[in-house]
Design a protein around this ligand. Sequence first.
Ligand SMILES: Nc1ncnc2c1ncn2[C@@H]1O[C@H](COP(=O)(O)OP(=O)(O)O)[C@@H](O)[C@H]1O
Ligand SMILES: [Mg+2]
Length: 237
Amino acid sequence: MAAYLQAAVATRLNVIVSGGTGSGKTTTLNALSSFIDNTERILTIEDTAELQLQQVHVGRMESRPANVEGKGAVTQRDCLRNALRMRPDRIIVGETRGEEVIDMLQAMNTGHDGSMTTIHANSARDGVSRLENMIAMSGIEMPIKAMRSQIASAVNLIVQASRLQDGSRRMVSITEITGMEGDVISMQEIFRYERLGVEPNGKIIGRFNATGIRSAYSDRFRQWGYDLPASIYEPIV
Ligand SMILES: Nc1ncnc2c1ncn2[C@@H]1O[C@H](COP(=O)(O)OP(=O)(O)O)[C@@H](O)[C@H]1O
Ligand SMILES: [Mg+2]
């Protein structure tokens, strides 16, 4: 999974980390960002500064609420629009929760490959619904099919983080978005966390496993010099 994620980030797939509150989304985003090359120019946009990028060329933007007179607000959306003009290689939005979703998807669709963000959702499929909801809430009138094809072409990968009952945090699913089938966004899960049981003390026993489905981006990985062996996609039985 680590080799796969390294290839995914290094070859500039657009990644969304999805999960509940405290599931480890920001931590995962930080970890993924370590696979970005040092020569790339990265812009981060956040409501509260949590990201810790190790690269040399990092510009940081933080939104801020309005003052007591209701003035001076700088939204994440404002930041994103400015970010696009600054022509970074990648844009990383700490958490997408509202109207900025549309600019984020546009950024992902227009040359800022390798952009990343997190969203609050319980599964990859739920994550896509969340994106649809956010677009609808932003007041943009768009037919559902157009909305979905925008999402399908922008987002390559959803990494689902979860806080399990025993308090441990796991990447429970790594799912690729592969396109559209009719009105539906098609996805394929490549890796997942399998629960095998529970210890008497409540600790969950489990393992990470491949689903047996080969990445739709295998050729891309190879072209970029990440020649992942086919065996990483074979499930342990
Ligand atoms: N894989 C992990 N193992 C142990 N602790 C983790 C792991 N991922 C995150 N944490 C811890 O869990 C807490 C919540 O993580 P965070 O990334 O802020 O979650 P989120 O962004 O989803 O709200 C933090 O204290 C973080 O250090
Ligand atoms: Mg967070």
